[in-house]
Design a protein around this ligand. Structure first.
Ligand code: AMP
Length: 624
């Protein structure tokens, strides 16, 4: 027997949710549905977003209400327009095999007359954001005297957004006999207080430990110098070719800066913040949902209620002001039983904040290392290999060209052919990362945890040495000793002055005293290895420190990245996106955002009032 039937849900609804792919109840559904179906309890459910909360209260509502009657019997309050629409749609979907179920979504930023018309026609379930709801109540356009159930969804978020007073006013129009069901991801004192205020001995259900993040989320942190943050962030992104992420910043200016830099660098990114009009927000969210955007750069407030499944990574580009917000941020990944990673990019001074967050979420972070340029290249190479392996061939279309293609390739062995295909994109990454410095910041006493120097030993302060790139490596059958000999011969220097040598695949790095660096570069001019030009160039920290500066001016190898095209390819595979749209997508995004800059509407769309973009204005919040 279907487990939802066992829980007491009727056939019509079970059939509808089966079509949505609900085979087994999620833990919160399993535990809350039997309690809520009695209809006689107030209820507090402490659960993360993405755990199946909507059905946990939505299915019991459909069982308990009398749909012969056409007046409001249930009111669901939630913090954002996105969530409001989502809940209303979900309930409509659960009830699509039932008769006479009327659900209305009431939210700001859309025509109020449409909403009023729907209400007049008769509804039983009202799903609303507090600002618009209050507006409609104040117009005398709705009668809540027949309300039997009130659901406060994402209660902590509603309080964070300053809706306390609105909620009080709305609830005062509902009868005392109603039952109140409250759901919240965290349980700060304010939520406790409202639970106490509105409820009578509620049944409490805690999924996981209080304030604890979802168990399916891994938390990682990277320690970088402030000036390397953007470069480090990009490297993390490049190391995860299939990333579908939300990147959190503290201010809207920061979201715009980062999104703009990413777009220039060829990524599919856009920003979501409070200065966008509702239409612009919808557009950005639509593109993100459809996966035409791979990275959504958002402020805390703007990202509330984002209910996109399959988010692989949440990246805290800046840590939130309030610790609780970390839980909300990370809860955007690992939804619906999936796994996800929440990443914090911090500088050494912020390690204390990581420890504080660990205490609040009851989980340890893993210290991760920013991948080297070589690691990224390798990862990307295999992403390309997998892509080539898995690509769907349109036999019908390509057939006509096969003879010509075979003719072109007739001289090449399978191995040569494979190498060439893989190199098309791989070369761009190699080129981009050839001078890539180590971006991991020293954590203790100026010494990186991975060790700054190799086996060739300490040679005074690092600053006395310059790191050089050479386009020869292990594929040219060099080991460290052989490369040292080769360098000494060509550069006409003594082996004793050469510092660390790092032999990679198709390139290597070596260090020489600063005073010798240019001489070595010059001495290599015109050198050849097996008929190939040998290139030696200055690499090292100097390059990295320029990066953040370059980026805003658009200098940061934007051209290379844009051409690299690997984003488009990944996305096409992942989300069935049409090829060729990638660049346009990115730039259109930039256009939208600039339009948005002229609109200073703030968060009127949510609540009818302008809200602070930073949620840090509430002093009672736990702050770092
Ligand atoms: P929610 O927490 O209600 O936003 O749900 C998160 C996601 O899980 C939504 O995409 C739901 O459609 C999905 N979901 C909820 N309950 C189930 C279930 N029992 N089986 C499969 N998917 C579910």
């Amino acid at each position: 027997m279907n487990p939802f039937l066992n829980l007491g849900i009727r056939h019509d609804i079970v059939n509808a949710i089966s079509e949505l792919g609900f085979e087994n109840p999620t833990p919160i559904q399993e535990q809350s549905i039997p309690v809520l179906l009695t209809g006689s309890n107030d209820f507090v459910g402490l659960a993360q977003t993405g755990t199946g909360k909507t059905a946990a209260f939505g299915l019991p509502l459909l069982e308990l209400l009398d749909f012969e009657e056409n007046h409001p019997q249930a009111l669901v309050l939630c913090p954002t327009r996105e969530l409001c629409l989502q809940i209303a749609n979900d309930i409509k979907n659960y009830s699509k095999k039932m008769n006479n179920v009327h659900v209305v979504a009431v939210y700001g930023g859309a025509s109020i007359s449409d909403q009023l018309r729907q209400i007049r026609r008769g509804v039983q379930i009202v799903v609303a954001t507090p600002g618009r709801m209050l507006d409609i109540i104040n117009r005398g356009a709705i009668d809540f005297t027949g309300v039997k159930y009130v659901v406060l969804d994402e209660a902590d978020e509603m309080l964070n957004m300053g809706f306390q007073e609105d909620i009080d006013n709305i609830l005062s129009t509902t009868p005392d006999t109603k039952k109140t069901w409250l759901f919240s991801a965290t349980m700060p004192a304010e939520v406790r207080r409202i639970a106490k205020k509105y409820m009578d001995e509620p049944f409490e259900l805690t999924m996981g430990t209080k304030n604890t993040g979802n168990a399916n989320i891994e938390h990682e942190y990277y320690v970088v110098r402030a000036r390397d943050k953007y470069a480090a962030f990009k490297r993390i992104v490049d190391f995860n070719p299939d990333i579908f992420g939300i990147v959190f910043c503290r201010t809207k200016i920061e979201t715009q800066d980062i999104a703009e830099a990413l777009i220039k660098d060829g990524y599919n990114a856009d920003s979501l913040h409070g200065d966008l009009s509702q239409q612009q927000r919808d557009k950005v969210m639509k593109r993100y949902r459809e996966r035409s955007l791979q990275l959504l750069i958002a402020t805390d407030v703007a990202a509330r209620g984002i209910d996109v499944n399959d988010v692989t990574h949440v990246i805290n580009y800046s840590l939130p002001d309030e610790i609780e917000n970390y839980t909300h941020r990370s809860g955007r990944t690992a939804r619906a039983g999936k796994t996800g990673v929440s990443i914090a990019i911090v500088n050494a001074k912020e390690l204390g904040k990581i420890r504080q967050i660990e205490r609040v979420i009851g989980k340890k972070f893993v210290k991760a290392e920013i991948p080297t340029g070589f690691d990224v290249c390798e990862k990307q190479l295999f992403a390309i290999v997998h892509k080539i392996h898995d690509v769907e061939v349109n036999e019908q279309q390509i057939e006509q060209y096969v003879p010509r293609i075979m003719e072109e390739f007739k001289e090449l062995s399978k191995e040569e052919l494979v190498k060439r295909f893989a190199s098309i994109e791989f070369n761009r990454f190699l080129d981009y990362y050839k001078n890539a410095p180590d971006l991991n910041a020293p954590v203790e006493e100026g010494r990186s945890e991975r060790g700054e120097r190799g086996e060739r030993g300490e040679r005074g302060g690092k600053s006395e040495y310059t790191r050089l790139f050479i386009n020869l490596g292990s594929v040219d059958e060099f080991n460290r000793g052989e490369l040292l000999g080769y360098i000494c011969n060509n550069a006409k220097i003594s082996g004793r002055i050469v510092g660390k040598i790092d032999v990679k695949g198709v390139f290597s790095f070596f260090e020489v005293p600063n005073t010798e660096a240019q001489i070595v570069v010059d001495n290599f001019k015109g050198a050849e290895f097996k008929g190939r030009e040998v290139r030696v160039e200055i690499s090292g920290e100097g390059t990295s420190s320029n990066r953040s500066g370059d980026r805003r001016e658009g200098g940061y190898r934007g051209g290379d990245r844009k051409e690299s095209g690997y984003r488009g390819g990944d996305r096409r595979e992942g989300g069935g996106y049409r090829g060729g749209d990638r660049k346009e997508g990115g730039y259109r995004g930039g256009g939208d955002r600039r339009d948005g800059g002229n609109n200073s509407g703030g968060f009127r769309d949510f609540s009818g009032k302008r809200r602070e973009e930073r949620s840090g204005s509430n002093d009672r919040k736990r702050r770092f």
